[in-house]
Design a protein around this ligand. Sequence first.
Ligand code: HMN
Length: 289
Amino acid sequence: MKGLFSALLVPFDENGQIIEQGLRDVVRFNIDVQQIDGLYVNGSSGENFLLSTEQKKQIFQIVSDENKGKVKLIAQVGSLNLNEAIELGKYATELGYDSLSAVTPFYYKFTFQEIKAYYETIIRETGNDMIIYAIPALTGVSMSMAQFDELFQNEKIIGVKYTDGNFFLLERLRKQYPNKLIYSGFDEMLIYGAISGVDGAIGSTYNVNGKQAKQIWDLCQTGKVAEAYEVQHKTNDLIEKILELGLYQTLKEILNVKGIQAGTVKQPMSSLDPAKKDAVKHLVEKYEL
Ligand code: HMN
């Protein structure tokens, strides 16, 4: 369960329907070309929170079928509807997903006890392992060390996907929990996670730039931090452009340029402005994606 995981992008057509062949091709591209170690399925990058339960299941099924046991699979099943989270968790577990993950419940100001009960319920009902998905910038849920301590007492909570820039807390977690899996979530901060001793990283840009991220990762593992930083600089030039042009729209357009039918994003996100297509093509050439 270590290494680089792509937060899988999902191709949608103009009507918001999943493009099955496109999704299969994105999976293959991640495995064969980007050489990632695993896939994080139905996360933010998969536009999960815009989908129906049936669509989420369809994605879990197609990805598992196309992967054929090649790389590790993590199923993000978190939902404000706990019944849905359980249903998805059971489904992904039956399909053989290596672990579940669930975003901290958001929108309402849940108490920590409610958040803890949410995780315990999913674990109890599915019997699978759980990776907490902590992304305070999007959920508004910032957990303290004491709260992680409480959650990590549960053996089935095997780790955290840590999408935050609080490296003090990350360091504290790493020291206290050498045996829990910690995944770094922000691709533009990969080097800081890697030198902090995380077990892996999960990110959207690895769908198109996994090879370069792997260089950063490998250089850090062998203590070549200055060299890793050079690659991170180059990577961040690219990520900066991607963010300017529109994150998921641009990542999908990069895949489209590479000949993969990556479709578009699902409404209410808006499709890439056609005037930006040339800029994306330029990125593919400049960064040799
Ligand atoms: C997911 O759940 O899809 C991702 O793992 C989340 C991941 O942390 C990404 N965050 C978001 O998209 C909000 C990052 O890879 C992010 O896209 C990247 O660092 C660019 O900012």
